[in-house]
Ligand binder design. Sequence first.
Ligand code: SAM
Length: 226
Amino acid sequence: MNDDIAAGPPAFDTSFPADGYAGDPAVRAEWDSRYADRQQLWSGRPNGALVAEAAGLTPGRVLDVGCGEGADALWLARRGWDVTALEVSGVALERAAGHARDAGLAVRWVHASLTEAALPPASFDLVSAQYPALLRTPGAAAERALLAAVAPGGVLLLVHHAGVDTRQEGEIGFDPADYVWPSMVAALLGEDWEVEVDEQRPRVAPDGGAGAHHTDDLVLRVRRLR
Ligand SMILES: C[S@@+](CC[C@H](N)C(=O)[O-])C[C@H]1O[C@@H](n2cnc3c(N)ncnc32)[C@H](O)[C@@H]1O
């Protein structure tokens, strides 16, 4: 862990619009509606790839990107991480915050899109993005935001469902070309980064919840050297 960033919480720009959300309202509405359709969308348990990859890391500051209903954020907080969890859906965030209150865990919740969140740069020892559904832009804003949040010495862990990026829009109801996949982040890495894991492997999936049918993960774990 980098000593420079060990003291105090990250200094956020909290000047979000009046409703507290920073991001595209259409993206928020789409995800709010998806969450509101069900009382609980995901399994409520942490993702297997995160559990496996974070096990050997010393707890520090972590950013959970697209935290959904908060299972990963709570799991990290229980293990001593200082957690900032970011999400576009207010419906999901309310559930996540409720679970944290019930468990007596402190998490910094940020209602924003990754690229609009005014995150403090280079401030997180771990940036975790589990199946994050980030829209692509011509300037690769989301890919760059993931990398920019990682502190020197820190890790970006990006996990996605394998095989989805090569499927046709007609089969899955959206165009995979519209979204960010691990290979797009890997393509931006310069000499300041070391690739620790870049592989497809069987998914250790929590039981239940939407998405339980996905059998393999793409796991990209990269470390920022300086
Ligand atoms: C497939 S879900 C995964 C949720 C959670 N990480 C998990 O594994 O259960 C993708 C999440 O990304 C969120 N999301 C979509 N676009 C986002 C953005 N631009 N910034 C942050 N979160 C976003 C969605 O609202 C949704 O909760």
